[in-house]
Design a protein around this ligand. Structure first.
Ligand code: F0G
Length: 459
């Protein structure tokens, strides 16, 4: 039997995980108000809530951490971190931040005024919230195919160029302080963006003198997909592709918790020194001095090594196969899987899997709850709990573009038998899909409601 993939690493340290009983899990969910963010991690058997900061670091990263220089200013570790960002991503200037949203905060506080609009293929939740908190408007302009869980296209993360051109024309350049592009497109099922699309988005922003910042959290996975799927790039290395992709932008925000394979950290990078100084002013108030930005020296060391490991092609080949394997396992179990599979996660179409639950009863949350009960597997809804809104005039419920459940895969953490186990839990769930009920919100905050909302079953 041909094996689907083999891990390009061996295990040196293990962390025991504990299975709970079904009865315990029903109680745990109730105590958590049916919000999986409220479930203690030790009560989760397989944790696919996020790929962010949940990665296993390598022996090289751990040993680099011992060399952390913890000086407040000008630490040697900053030099190594800066050199890695310059070498792998090509930006001359970089400011560390505590994580990706710290970089977003500094970027937007520096450039964005209330009432202005920022276009993106799709903003992720924290990017969206950072703009809303400033009174600005995040605008999503992904291609329509991004919302189609079945159509087989190589780059469903792309920006819709017609929509973007129209948006710039109707909004007016003076109301667009910067433009963004998220690679890969996390809110659209982790779909990649093509080099062709990056080039054209960049040209459009440049034509209108709109500064262009990429949300580069998963830039290595995006580069891998370009090498695998885009004609003309088959023979180019992932590192060359990454440098070309990022060369079209004026800067980027980065959550190192993703493709730099660490547990904490992020950065804001750019080409223009004046802009870097403006960012530094904001950074010092909120994150820290520009050579540490809210991180320890040892964190900077781990990121420097992780940027190299995250762009290693043997690792990326395994990463994609591993994710695709989970997609196949879930499809076989009877769940409606979004295709093609992205890099960091498998997305299940909850609307199709649970067609009897309407969007206002959060089919994604219902599915995630049911999966936890079946097997202690934790996933996250990326649907109407996260992204629905209200019509400002009528107060009517506007659902998210898709009702997805994301099975995010921590890097280098779970083996194939862990994925097979997730498949078994999914099959048990699929067998009783029609009995699964929808949920209603009993309490929620204004912004980022999915993190701490409380829910209960509908009668
Ligand atoms: N941009 C994207 C596309 C992201 O996926 C995330 C985080 C961020 C920005 C913010 O980075 O967490 O370091 O502050 N996404 C995580 C997730 C939380 O689960 O997808 P952060």
């Amino acid at each position: 039997m041909p094996i689907p993939f083999v891990e390009p690493f061996r295990i040196k340290v293990v962390e025991p995980i504990r299975q709970t009983t079904r009865q315990e899990r029903v109680q745990i969910l109730q105590d958590a108000h049916h919000n999986l963010f409220g479930v203690p991690a030790e009560d989760v058997f397989i944790d696919l809530l996020t790929d962010s900061g949940t990665n296993a670091m390598s022996d090289r990263q751990w040993s680099a951490m011992m060399q952390g220089d913890e000086a407040y200013a000008g630490a040697r570790s900053f030099g190594r971190f800066e050199q890695a960002v310059q070498e792998i991503m090509g930006f001359p200037h970089v400011l560390p931040t505590h994580q990706g949203r710290g970089a977003e905060g500094v970027l937007f506080q520096t450039l964005v005024q209330a009432g202005q609009s920022v276009p993106n293929n799709r903003h992720f939740d924290t990017t969206q919230a950072n703009l809303l908190a400033l009174g600005a408007h995040p605008v999503d302009l992904a291609v329509d195919a991004a919302s189609d869980p079945q159509v087989q296209l190589p780059f469903k993360g792309n920006m819709d160029l017609d929509k973007l051109a129209r948006f710039i024309e109707t909004t007016g350049v003076e109301n667009i302080p910067l433009g963004m592009l998220t690679i890969t497109n996390n809110s659209a099922a982790g779909q990649p963006v093509s080099m062709e699309n990056i080039r054209q988005v960049s040209a459009l922003y440049r034509e209108h003198h709109i500064p262009f910042f990429m949300d580069a959290c998963r830039f290595a996975e995006n580069a891998w997909f370009i090498q695998q799927r885009e004609p003309g790039y088959e023979e180019r290395s992932v590192r060359e592709i990454a440098l070309e992709m990022l060369s079209y932008a004026d800067g980027c925000t980065m959550s190192a918790k993703k493709d730099a394979i660490v547990n904490i950290g992020g950065f804001l990078a750019c080409r223009d020194e004046t802009l870097k100084l403006r960012f530094s002013e904001k950074l010092i108030v909120r994150e820290g001095f520009p050579t540490y930005g809210g991180l320890a020296g040892r964190d900077l060391e781990a990121i420097a090594v992780g940027l190299h490991e995250g762009t290693d092609e043997a690792y990326l080949a395994y990463r994609e196969s591993h994710t695709r394997y989970l997609a196949d396992v879930l499809a076989q179990a009877g769940l409606a899987v979004y295709r093609p599979t992205g890099g960091h996660a498998v997305y299940v179409d909850a609307a199709q899997t649970l067609p009897h639950i309407p969007p206002e009863q959060f089919p994604g949350v219902a599915l995630a709850n049911a999966l936890y009960v079946e097997g202690g597997v934790r996933t996250v809804e990326i649907g109407s709990l996260m992204f629905s809104s209200e019509d400002p005039a009528t107060g009517a419920f506007i659902p998210a573009p898709n009702e997805l459940v994301r099975f995010a895969i921590p890097r280098r953490v779970y083996t194939r038998s862990h994925l097979d186990y997730v498949g078994e839990a999914a099959a048990a769930l699929a067998a009783k899909a029609e009995q699964i009920r929808g949920l209603k919100i009993t309490w929620a905050p204004e912004l980022l409601k999915h993190f701490i909302a409380r829910l209960d079953w509908v009668a």
